[in-house]
Ligand binder design. Structure first.
Ligand SMILES: Nc1ncnc2c1ncn2[C@@H]1O[C@H](COP(=O)(O)OP(=O)(O)O)[C@@H](O)[C@H]1O
Ligand SMILES: [Mg+2]
Length: 380
């Protein structure tokens, strides 16, 4: 969990005050910029693999983790950053927080370019990326008190934060005795201490049991309802679907769908179909196929790839052959279906064509390249 001493550096202090004033003006004018704006973001990792020959050649593998990502996260509410494992969610978040350097593109957070101007905004951003660093041999409360002291935050806020995440009863227990879910909630409490305008959480539901997940969901929704922007990633859509105002679906480092949940559903409406029930499915299928329609049998129905406006036409065509429809309805697709369809096969980027393999000439004298597992970030 990044802890930054804003105000220690006088220049930074002044910049922060100016930035805050600009932010208040935006708010008054109703011209708030998006909470997060990402344009053409790219991040390539280079991994040194095994040595190919004696001293001379080394296999270098490039993984395109984020591949020209465009994304705009509106201010306020809960934004779900969804994608399967390896689709680039953590890398994107790390770029936003200045934890890795992007290879290309640009990003702005709370109206300022990052990473250059991140220090001006860091006091308004609460983020949890990867497992948060907590002192195991201190109680939950002591951990928070310590963090609070750094930012000049009082004991009352610490107690409020613990209450809010449902840890008040257990706050005096040592962190090493906490379950994973309790640690996650303690980290969330630490985030709340800052009273953040923007909360960035990378897979906060990971490792939580259903009850813990539900608690986290309720908390995130209430943060969104207070007007904060909650940017939360997950590889499991069902964890977030109910609480998100908007979502972006990531696949191989690119955004494949973006908008409010109804918008995303509508944008994928190209795949609409009607389900038709009738006694003689095979004859019905043949009749509709003769009319050049795409028809398949599915769970005792014919699935016809047409919109609802074609219902009358289908009825007519079948009736002309004395085939009587017993049921007809539009196929319902859940966001889950859509998510799986859009992210199908993406898995990890390593196995996709967006991963570039190349073999480079390695300097024989470069001792650092001998580490078979060394990972280095490159700006290419
Ligand atoms: N430090 C790293 N070095 C090399 N490759 C990395 C590194 N971090 C992530 N990757 C690769 O980048 C891709 C995206 O990873 P990541 O951003 O962690 O995805 P997600 O968070 O969506 O699971 C993956 O293929 C992953 O293996
Ligand atoms: Mg991740």
């Amino acid at each position: 969990m990044p802890v930054t001493r804003v105000g220690v550096d006088a220049r930074l202090f002044v910049e922060t005050r100016i930035a805050d004033r600009v932010w208040r003006e935006y708010r008054m004018e109703g011209t708030m910029p998006p909470a997060i704006e990402i344009e053409g973001l790219r991040k390539t990792y280079r991994q040194f693999g095994r040595r190919l020959g004696r001293h001379t050649r080394q296999e270098t593998r490039r993984t395109v983790a984020v591949d020209g990502l465009d994304l705009s996260v509106p201010e306020g509410g809960v934004f779900g950053f969804l994608g399967p494992n390896g689709s680039g969610k953590t890398t994107t978040i790390r770029c936003l927080l200045g934890l890795v350097r992007a290879t290309g593109g640009s990003a702005a957070v709370l109206g300022v370019e990052v990473p250059e101007h991140l220090p001006e905004r860091i006091s308004r951003i609460g983020a949890i990326v990867e497992s948060p660093a907590l002192f195991q041999t201190m109680s939950g409360r002591e951990n928070l008190r310590l963090l609070a002291a750094i930012d000049g935050i009082g004991a009352k806020q610490v107690d409020d934060a613990l209450e809010r995440v449902g840890l008040a009863d257990r706050s005096r227990d040592l962190v090493k005795k906490y379950s994973l879910g309790m640690r996650q909630r303690l980290a969330l409490a630490a985030v709340l201490l800052k009273d953040p305008a923007l909360v960035i959480l990378d897979e906060p539901a990971n490792g939580l049991d259903p009850a813990g997940m539900r608690q986290v969901r309720t908390l995130l929704r209430s943060l969104g309802d207070e007007g904060r922007t909650v940017f939360v990633s997950s590889h499991v859509l069902s964890e977030l679907e109910q609480i998100c105002d908007s979502v972006a679906i990531l696949r191989r480092g690119r955004c494949v769908a973006h908008g409010t949940v109804p918008e995303v559903m509508a944008s994928a409406a190209g795949g609409t179909a009607m389900l038709v029930g009738l006694d003689d499915l095979s004859t019905g299928q043949a009749v509709l196929q003769r009319a050049a329609l795409t028809v398949e049998r599915q769970n005792g129905y014919l699935r016809v790839e047409v919109g609802t406006d074609s219902a009358a036409r289908i009825t007519e065509m079948l009736a002309a052959e004395r085939l009587w429809i017993t049921e007809m309805r539009a196929e319902e697709r859940s966001l889950e279906d859509l998510f799986l369809e859009l992210t199908d096969d993406s898995g990890t980027v390593d196995s996709s064509e967006t991963t570039h393999f190349q073999t480079t000439q390695a300097e024989t004298t470069q001792a650092q390249t001998t580490d078979a597992k060394a990972t280095q970030e490159v700006a290419s």
